[in-house]
Unconditional design. Structure first.
Length: 160
């Protein structure tokens, strides 16, 4: 069993693993919550040329997703009207457990995004990439989890 998410669907479609696999929702406690990773595009409220920026975002979030996601369904779009392209690709490939798990997750009242979207996101994600895989594979001691967390907090503080 892997801790992962719907972003693996694209890999399953292209790699066509010869093993039987499926997706299942994470176990819940008293208050359900789920991790999700929806694709979407955003801009800060203080951006220059807000009207033109909105038109570009609207085009990307609608037209572009409907063309890109059937071939590479990495995650359901945050924009609800564009989700049919994502779910259609999963249906066509017979990935029903992926689809039902993603839908259940997105319909959970409490959701937690999996990406940083602030100005320090790139630096923080680089730290996660440098530490997390080796922690999972036992190549680094668990104490490095605290080191990684401390470094991420330092990046956040320095960009605050």
């Amino acid at each position: 069993m892997l801790w992962s998410g719907q972003w693996l669907a694209a890999g399953f479609l292209t790699d066509k693993p010869k093993i039987k696999y499926g997706f299942a929702p994470l176990p819940q406690q008293t208050k359900p919550a789920i991790l999700y990773d929806a694709v979407g595009i955003c801009t800060p409220s203080y951006t220059q040329n807000a009207d033109a920026t909105f038109k570009v975002l609207k085009y990307l979030d609608s037209t572009v997703w409907t063309k890109v996601l059937p071939d590479s369904p990495v995650a359901a779009p945050a924009y609800l009207s564009a989700q049919s392209a994502y779910y259609g690709a999963l249906d066509k490939a017979g990935l029903t457990t992926v689809e039902s798990t993603v839908k259940a997750g997105l319909n959970t009242p409490t959701t937690i995004g999996v990406r940083f979207t602030t100005q320090w996101a790139s630096q923080s994600n680089d730290l996660i990439t440098a530490y997390w895989p080796d922690l999972l594979n036992g190549k680094k001691p668990l104490s490095d989890l605290q080191t990684m967390t401390g470094k991420i907090n330092d990046v956040i503080k320095s960009n605050g």
